[in-house]
Design a protein around this ligand. Structure first.
Ligand code: KG4
Ligand code: ZN
Length: 350
C-alpha cells in the first residue's frame, strides 16, 4: 500500500456520447483510498443521436467541443472549488470513439500544460472496473474479504470477465467474440422498433413481459470465459420474422434479457468457483439492468460471496468512475505522465 498525500482530482470523460466531468477528493492515509465525490456532471447527447438511431462519431465530437468547458465549469462550481484548488487532472484516453476521445484528451492536456498540474491518463474500462469499489473505506472490509474478485464489466462496447487478484493486479479472463452485451440490447431494441438508446427500453419492457421464448444461451457450455451475443440477436430477429409481426414485444424483451442474464451470471459464477473468489463485482452500462443485478445478488448470497455493484449513476458513462480509478491508480503507486505524451487510443486493452 502506498500512502499518498490528500489530493483533489478533476476527472474528464468523453469516450462516447456523454461529456462528463467530476471533482473528487482522495485522502490517502488509510488502507483503502478514502474517496469523496464533490461533484459529478454528465451531459448526455441522447437527443442528438436519437434522431440517427445511434451515435454518430463526428456529431458526438462536435457536441463534446461545445460542452466540455461549461461542463467543467459546472463541476467546479458544484464542488465549490476553483481550478487553483485542483491538484491533479485525470482523463479517459481510450478505449472509445477517437473523435470523442480527442476532445477530452486535448482539453485535459491543454489544461494541464497551462496550469502546470499533473495529468493521469485513465483506461475507460479501468473506470468501470473500479466503479463498484469507491466506498471500500466505509464498508469496513479487509482485502482478504474481497480478493480474489471476479469482475464482470458489461458496457455498450465491451463484455469482460476480469480476475482481480488484489486492488492493483488484474487479468482479463475472457471477452466477447462479437457483439458486446449492451450492443446486443441496443440492436434487439432497433429490430423491435424501439427508440435509442435501446438497452434501458428493452429492460423496461422486459419487466412487463414473460420470458416465454427459449432463446439460445450462446457459449454457455464452453469451458472458456468468452461470450457471444450476435447469434442471440439473430435468433430474436428470425423469431420476430416468423411471427410476421404478431409477437408480444414485452415477452420477447423478457426472453432475450433472460438469455443474456443467464449466460452472464452462470459464466461469472463458474469463474468465481474456479479462482476461489471471495467476491463478485458488476459494472458498465448494462449493470443498470435490474434483472442482472437481482440475479447476481441472489447467486452471490447462495454462494456466500460479497457482491459489489455501483449505484445507478455510476453504471453508465460518467467521470466520477474515472476519478475513482485515478484514485486507485495513485493509491497503487502510479505516477502522472508528461501531458505531451498522452494520446487518444481507440482499442485499448485493459
Ligand atoms: O458503459 P456505457 O454507458 O458505455 C460504454 O462504455 O459502452 O454502456 C452503455 C450500454 C448501452 O449499450 C446501453 O443500452 C446499455 O449500456 N444499458 C442497458 C441498460 N442501461 C444501459 N442495458 C440493459 N439494461 C439497462 N437497464
Ligand atoms: Zn463505458
Amino acid at each position: 500500500m502506498v500512502k499518498t498525500p490528500a489530493k483533489t482530482i478533476l476527472a474528464i470523460e468523453t469516450s462516447c456520447d456523454e461529456t462528463a466531468v467530476a471533482v473528487l477528493r482522495l485522502e490517502g492515509k488509510t488502507a483503502w483510498p478514502e474517496i469523496t465525490t464533490l461533484s459529478s456532471v454528465v451531459r448526455s447527447q441522447i437527443q442528438l443521436h436519437a434522431k440517427m438511431g445511434g451515435v454518430v462519431p463526428e456529431a458526438a465530437a462536435r457536441a463534446h467541443v461545445k460542452n466540455i468547458l461549461p461542463v467543467t465549469e459546472k463541476a467546479l462550481k458544484d464542488a465549490r472549488v476553483t481550478l487553483e484548488k485542483i491538484d491533479m487532472l485525470a482523463v479517459t484516453y481510450g478505449p472509445g470513439l477517437v473523435p470523442s476521445l480527442i476532445v477530452g484528451v486535448e482539453f485535459a492536456k491543454a489544461l494541464a500544460l497551462a496550469t502546470k498540474k499533473p495529468l493521469l491518463p485513465v483506461n475507460h474500462m479501468a473506470g468501470h472496473l473500479y466503479s463498484p469499489l469507491g466506498k471500500l473505506k466505509d464498508q469496513g472490509l479487509k482485502a482478504r474479504d474481497i480478493f480474489p474478485q471476479i469482475s464482470l464489466i458489461v458496457s455498450g462496447g465491451h463484455t469482460l470477465l476480469v480476475l482481480m487478484k488484489d486492488e492493483k493486479h488484474y487479468k482479463v479472463l475472457g471477452s466477447t467474440v462479437d457483439d458486446a452485451a449492451g450492443e446486443a440490447f441496443d440492436k434487439v431494441a432497433k429490430l423491435l422498433g424501439l427508440p435509442y438508446p435501446g438497452g434501458p427500453e428493452v429492460s423496461r419492457l422486459a419487466e412487463q413481459g414473460k420470458a416465454s421464448v427459449a432463446f439460445p444461451r450462446p457459449m454457455l457450455n464452453q469451458k472458456n470465459y468468452n461470450f457471444s451475443f450476435s447469434g442471440l440477436k439473430t435468433a430474436v430477429l428470425y423469431f420476430v420474422k416468423d411471427q410476421s409481426g404478431k409477437h408480444n414485444t414485452a415477452d420477447i424483451c423478457a426472453s432475450f434479457q433472460e438469455a443474456v442474464v443467464d449466460v452472464l451470471v452462470q459464466k461469472t459464477l463458474r469463474a468465481a468457483k474456479e479462482f476461489k473468489a471471495k467476491s463478485i463485482s458488476l459494472s458498465g452500462g448494462v449493470s443498470a439492468n435490474r434483472r442482472l443485478r437481482q440475479e447476481l445478488t441472489l447467486a452471490c448470497k447462495k454462494n456466500r460471496l460479497e457482491f459489489f455493484v455501483p449505484e445507478f449513476k455510476l453504471c453508465t458513462d460518467n467521470a466520477e468512475m474515472i476519478g475513482i480509478a485515478a484514485a486507485f491508480m495513485l493509491h497503487n503507486g502510479k505516477k502522472p505522465v508528461n501531458p505531451n505524451l498522452v494520446q487518444a487510443t481507440p482499442g485499448l486493452e485493459l
